[in-house]
Design a protein around this ligand. Structure first.
Ligand SMILES: NC(=O)c1ccc[n+]([C@@H]2O[C@H](COP(=O)([O-])OP(=O)(O)OC[C@H]3O[C@@H](n4cnc5c(N)ncnc54)[C@H](OP(=O)(O)O)[C@@H]3O)[C@@H](O)[C@H]2O)c1
Length: 248
């Protein structure tokens, strides 16, 4: 039987990259999906079309996670379209590396607003609609373990995500809502291509240190998220699952 039959999931930043793969994977297990995007409507529409073509249910909803009104509307969209909300995947994120002397207020606020404030606002809005058996999965990063040079702000945002995952597992545990994180290593996505990571010395160095010897693909992360979203992980909360081919 499908692992998520009858469930409804909201995936933020699902118009491309890791989020799009997560939306497709959760839908393949039977969940109806709210496919959130910020600017790439065509990408979100393509993900919805793929899901519907495969016999699933999905709707694309625009919203900037760092705005409280948008976060609230995203959670409400799940209830309006599909009648409930069981799974939240906080995947939306931006990354911009820079050495200490390159840090600016804009560099800081852009990343903390989306990666931390956005995660908090969407979780706050979604938790109101979630009940016993709910699962929240935060997409953090393996950078919190390898702490690469010139990533203080981005790694700082994901350190906050790791800490918040623990805090909210304590807060939502009594309501039987689980909160876990997946911490991916480098993954080939539209974002890592446009940031110049794919094909760079940084990528080559990471792959050389990775026991499984390659860059991750979005599906590698989506299957871990599917596990954390489903009852197969019912005894896990407040945990971090590192998905980086053994990189440490
Ligand atoms: N790729 C990696 O190597 C890697 C490794 C570890 C962790 N991660 C984490 O994995 C997540 C996804 O990364 P990715 O590489 O797949 O990124 P990506 O290809 O750049 O896609 C980012 C997604 O986030 C959305 N987004 C950005 N700002 C948003 C906002 N304010 N509100 C709502 N959505 C917003 C984008 O929407 P639009 O396109 O519609 O604007 C897009 O769907 C991020 O949290 C990232 O930190 C990535």
């Amino acid at each position: 039987m499908s692992k998520l039959a009858g469930k409804v999931a909201l995936v933020t930043g699902a118009s491309k990259g890791i989020g799009a793969a997560i939306a497709r994977a959760l839908a393949a297990e039977g969940a109806a999906i709210v496919v959130n995007y910020a600017s790439s409507q065509a990408g979100a529409d393509a993900v919805v079309a793929d899901i519907v073509k495969a016999g699933g249910k999905a709707v694309a909803v625009r919203g900037d996670v760092s705005r409280a009104a948008d976060a609230k509307a995203l959670a409400e969209a799940a209830v309006e379209h599909f009648g409930r909300l069981d799974v939240l995947v906080n995947n939306s994120g931006v990354y911009e590396f820079g050495a200490l002397e390159e840090i600016t207020e804009e560099h800081y606020h852009r990343q903390f607003n989306t990666n931390v404030l956005g995660l908090l606002l969407v979780t706050q809005a979604a938790a109101k609609h979630m009940g016993e058996g709910g699962s929240i999965v935060n997409v953090s990063s393996l950078v919190t373990r390898i702490v690469p040079a010139a990533s203080a702000v981005y790694t700082g945002t994901k350190g906050a995500v790791d800490a918040i995952t623990g805090v909210l597992s304590q807060e939502l545990g009594p309501r039987r809502i689980r909160v876990n994180a997946v911490n991916p290593g480098i993954v080939e996505t539209e974002g890592t291509h446009s940031a110049g990571f794919i094909g760079s010395e940084f990528e080559a160095d990471i792959v050389a240190k990775t026991p499984l010897g390659r860059t991750g693909q979005p599906q590698d992360i989506a299957s871990v998220v599917t596990f954390l979203a489903s009852d197969e992980s019912r005894w896990l909360t407040g945990e971090r699952l590192y998905a980086g081919g053994g990189l440490r």
